[in-house]
Unconditional design. Structure first.
Length: 122
């Protein structure tokens, strides 16, 4: 994943989490929000409570690999924040990949809830 496609700043994480749409399952929480750019960006978060730096970086590498393998499932022009939950600890790469894909496909079925929010506010 190129640096261009990464959300790094804390204020960007906060904005996406506060204003974005949330979807979750047993292993992940994903927030997403439109970014008005021609590409999508990703931020990955693994809590310090789950393990040391080596452990957290290992999980971030796994998530980045899954993201790169399934780029075609994302809608361009969105920011995604992916939070790894405690239940993901000790699971195989295949299970993590399967659950991540299921969650992304669930997002596609839901549609864009932000459009609904905008209509409601008007």
């Amino acid at each position: 994943m190129r640096k261009l496609y990464i959300v790094k700043k804390n204020y960007q994480f906060d904005e996406i989490i506060k204003k974005g749409v949330c979807i979750k399952n047993k292993y992940y929480i994903i927030y997403y929000k439109d970014n008005n750019l021609p590409y999508d960006r990703f931020g990955i978060s693994v809590s310090k409570k789950l393990g040391n730096a080596v452990f957290r970086n290992n999980y971030k590498r796994k998530i980045r690999s899954i993201i790169d393998n399934y780029r075609k499932l994302y809608i361009n022009g969105r920011d995604y924040i992916i939070i790894v939950r405690k239940e993901a600890i000790g699971k195989s790469y295949e299970i993590l990949e399967k659950e991540f894909i299921a969650l992304i496909l669930k997002k596609k079925k839901k549609g864009n809830r932000n459009e609904f929010r905008e209509k409601k506010e008007i």
